[in-house]
Design a protein around this ligand. Structure first.
Ligand SMILES: C[S@@+](CC[C@H](N)C(=O)[O-])C[C@H]1O[C@@H](n2cnc3c(N)ncnc32)[C@H](O)[C@@H]1O
Length: 363
């Protein structure tokens, strides 16, 4: 159906300067938007229950710079009406799309009109979205609360990852949704801006700061049970000034990359230390029961299991019994958060991994 409208023009479009000058993200938008306006269904005037009408009924927020991606359409289709419709759709999509994920891996964007109408954003949300994927059925969104919510208290969800740096969150919320976030994490971010750069990676100074971060968020993890993640929401409010540098945009990406690499390739001693530092960071930013904390603690439990299987000596001063104790504590902690989140995505996933690892770790 789209062939005549798009394909004939495609080769010329993708080598054109208009397309080549776009960012990767805007290139994808240009092609998806062209597909959408080439679809005859989007032009049909239809009863109000129709999905297209529901979509066109949602609030639109044009990009502040007025940008709309160029369209990849053959000449006869590229009319003033098509451009006007594209502008309208683009402004609505940006404000109302959700990033779909399975086991917290993003795989698509989707529009869920009811959720778009109901839920505002907070970087300290009291609820999160999940997607249940069943073969041959439409993806279903469910909203899971993270704590008890009082009568008349607003239910809020995160439109983006609250662990992103303050300025990145503010820019994304302004550009995509047209508002300034006034949540307590953003108020804190505003108060401590600009945060200093952290000490150089691998330096003794940074290691000492990370010790302080771990004991701030997790207590003394070297003592036995290890995984005492505080249940106190808003721990960031009490972050000591010397630790403000961990909020710098350069810090978290490096730490999570270093943990991921070491947990796959070793050395596992480093992986455990970095994994605990990352958990301390998440516990300070995310509300308790936030699913990313459960996912990360599960990764940590798997890393400890790898140490037990391959090189018990990798973690200084710990024997196999203690490592198993740490792994069980991590797994129990992960299980509590992930069970609150419940089954999501497609088959398998983190709850199944918890079950298998719990069996392996039985005393
Ligand atoms: C998906 S809609 C949410 C529902 C919308 N409030 C409604 O009444 O239909 C997104 C829009 O809600 C508003 N919004 C969401 N979260 C907000 C917040 N934390 N502060 C201010 N406005 C917000 C913005 O106008 C944003 O473009």
């Amino acid at each position: 159906m789209h062939h005549k409208k798009i394909c004939k023009h495609y080769n010329a479009f993708v080598v054109s300067w208009k397309y080549q000058a776009l960012t990767t993200h805007d290139k994808v938008d240009a092609l998806l938007l062209s597909q959408l306006v080439a679809d005859p269904d989007i032009w049909r005037t239809s009863p109000s229950s129709d999905p297209v009408s529901s979509f066109l009924d949602l609030i639109k927020v044009p990009r502040p710079d007025g940008f709309v991606p160029p369209l990849c359409l053959s000449k006869g289709v590229h009319t003033t009406d098509t451009v006007a419709l594209a502008e309208d759709l683009y402004a609505r999509f940006s404000n109302n799309n959700f990033v779909l994920h399975s086991h917290l891996d993003s795989y698509a964007h989707g529009v869920f009109p009811l959720a778009s109408r109901y839920f505002n954003h907070s970087c300290v949300p009291n609820a999160v979205c999940k997607y249940v994927i069943t073969p041959l059925e439409l993806v279903r969104m469910e909203v899971v609360v993270l704590r008890d919510i009082n009568e008349r208290e607003e239910v809020t969800i995160p439109y983006l990852d609250p662990a992103l740096p303050f300025q990145t969150r503010q820019d994304a919320l302004r550009v995509n949704y047209g508002f300034e976030c006034a949540c307590s994490l953003c108020a804190f971010g505003r108060r401590v801006e600009p945060v200093p750069k952290p000490p150089t990676q691998g330096s003794a100074e940074l290691r000492a700061l990370e010790d302080v971060l771990r004991s701030f968020s997790l207590g003394d993890v070297s003592q036995g049970q290890g995984m005492r993640v505080p249940a106190a929401p808003g721990a960031f409010e009490r972050l000591p000034k010397e630790l403000h540098c961990v909020l710098h945009e350069s810090y978290l990406p490096f730490l999570s990359e270093a943990f991921s690499k070491a947990s796959h390739e070793g050395p596992y001693g480093d992986a455990v230390e970095r994994g605990l530092t990352l958990l301390a960071f998440y516990a300070m930013i995310y509300p308790p029961s936030y699913p990313q904390i459960g996912m990360h603690t599960l990764e940590l439990a798997k890393t400890l299991w790898n140490v037990i299987c391959t090189d018990v000596g990798a973690v200084t001063g710990a024997d196999e019994g203690q490592l198993k104790g740490h792994a069980r504590a991590a797994l129990n902690f992960a299980a509590v958060g992930l069970r609150n989140f419940g089954p999501e995505g497609d088959l398998g996933g983190p709850l199944e991994e918890v079950r298998v690892l719990a069996g392996l770790l039985q005393p």
